[in-house]
Design a protein around this ligand. Structure first.
Ligand SMILES: Cc1cc2nc3c(=O)[nH]c(=O)nc-3n(C[C@H](O)[C@H](O)[C@H](O)COP(=O)(O)OP(=O)(O)OC[C@H]3O[C@@H](n4cnc5c(N)ncnc54)[C@H](O)[C@@H]3O)c2cc1C
Length: 397
């Protein structure tokens, strides 16, 4: 069955997770690749902008009043290669659904972020990451993808064959086309041992460097209103799942990685070179203690391995990521503007899903391969079907 073209769908109210982005748009929900192609042709004929949505957990203006494409129905595992430890997965699959599906195949994602509510395509497209000095962001595990491009063709890209184009589309923010599936390199299924604890800031200052070195995953959250830290380590283990204490347990990786985030907030995150991470954090801490001493939201401090993805925030450099948060009902601008000025002084690069004020001239200075990214994007979508005003300012200029 062919779905009605996007021009026949009536506009409806739509908003993202935090409520920072709101639209009245035609929301199209294809159930197979053929319907994605139909939606692209219909949008092109009507000269409409098309923007995909996964779980709408990004904070930035990714979307449009024209056509929003929801890929929820393109979910589940399409194929597994147990020998090479790869799986081809529907782009709309939510990470929380993917975990148990992979586990049943004896496989795990090598790395995950703080939550598992994202779709696979959405997490890949913004460079979503967890923490761990030896571990890169999620798109680094991508080895192939199928895109429906602006001319309606179905195109398979692989890391092996497509070189620089692939590395451009790996963190593509939805501007290369509609991803319908992704092939990902995986680890054998593993358990994680998690331990969390609270400590005064001075203890974190003394211990954080050793904790980064000696744990597969370490992160901490420091909060201005308490000047204290919440610490978290996770390590692979062969031991069986068990509760070991009030704040210590062993569980399958897909259960241990994510946490609950019930209270809505807005977020800004910058990646700075690893060597600048602690100094940048200290400047942020001083600013927050001076100007926002009652802020109940933390700075989150994480690490990330270097990679070669054209617009990855860890491109060419080992990284510390620093994020600030503000309640969804509050004006985030004063806090985020002050934090952004500090992070930019450390050659910071913004997380693509989180709020920032950068434009294309800034990216040209931060990313040595930005011109190549622009060239590949323009070749696949010369008329800018997948660009809105925000993305045009950011990626085209
Ligand atoms: C509570 C919370 C916790 C978070 N924790 C972390 C964390 O620990 N680490 C981290 O790095 N980030 C984190 N984020 C940010 C989040 O991971 C990213 O914003 C991610 O992109 C959200 O995934 P999504 O499925 O909601 O994608 P969306 O926000 O819906 O979309 C993101 C981008 O992907 C594009 N896209 C989506 N689907 C497709 C598709 N099929 N084809 C082409 N393009 C597509 C969209 O057009 C858009 O450009 C968090 C966000 C929230 C709200």
């Amino acid at each position: 069955m062919t779905q009605s073209p996007s021009s026949a769908v009536q506009p409806a109210d739509w908003h993202n997770w935090s409520g920072s982005q709101r639209h009245r748009a035609r929301v199209v929900a294809p159930t197979d690749v053929e319907q994605v192609v139909t939606a692209v042709h219909a949008a092109r004929d009507a000269a409409r902008t098309v923007r995909c949505v996964g779980s709408a957990h990004s904070f930035v203006p990714f979307w449009t009043d024209d056509v929003i494409v929801v890929l929820d129905a393109l979910d589940g595992i399409r194929a597994v290669d147990r020998v090479r430890r790869t799986a081809t997965i529907g782009a709309g699959t939510k990470l929380h659904a993917l975990g148990p599906l992979l586990w049943a195949e004896g496989l795990s994602l090598p790395q995950q972020g703080d939550i598992d509510r994202q779709s696979l395509a959405g997490a890949l497209s913004t460079g979503t990451h967890g923490t761990g000095r030896t571990l890169p962001s999620l798109p680094n595990f991508l080895i192939g993808m199928t895109l429906v491009t602006a001319d309606g063709s179905v195109r398979e890209l692989t890391r092996e064959r497509d070189g620089e184009l692939f590395r451009a589309a790996q963190v593509g923010q939805g501007v290369f086309g509609i991803m319908v599936d992704a092939t990902v390199a995986l680890d054998p299924a593993f358990n994680l041992h998690e331990r969390t604890w609270s400590c005064p800031f001075a203890e974190c200052a003394a211990e954080h460097a050793a904790l980064i070195e000696h744990n597969r995953h370490f992160e901490f959250f420091w909060t201005p209103s308490t000047d204290a830290c919440e610490m978290k380590v996770l390590n692979k283990t062969d031991a069986a799942p068990a509760r070991l204490g009030e704040r210590e347990y062993i569980a399958p990786a897909w259960q241990a990685f994510p946490s609950e985030r019930d209270v809505r907030f807005n977020e800004m995150e910058y990646s700075v070179p690893f060597a600048s991470g602690w100094d940048c954090f200290l400047e942020l801490r001083a600013m927050l203690l001076r100007d926002f001493p009652k802020l109940p939201w933390p700075i989150e401090y994480r690490t990330l391995a270097a990679d070669d993805i054209l617009l990855s925030t860890a491109q060419g450099r080992e990284t510390v990521t620093l994020s600030v948060h503000q309640g969804a009902e509050r004006d985030y601008r004063p806090l985020f503007d002050a934090a952004e000025a500090i992070c930019r002084n450390h050659a910071g690069r913004p997380h693509w899903g989180k709020l920032h004020r950068l434009e294309s001239r800034d990216l040209a200075a931060l990313y040595p391969h930005f011109a190549a990214f622009q060239r590949h994007r323009a070749a696949l979508d010369p008329d800018g079907m997948f660009l809105n005003d925000y993305l045009r300012r950011l990626l085209v200029g």
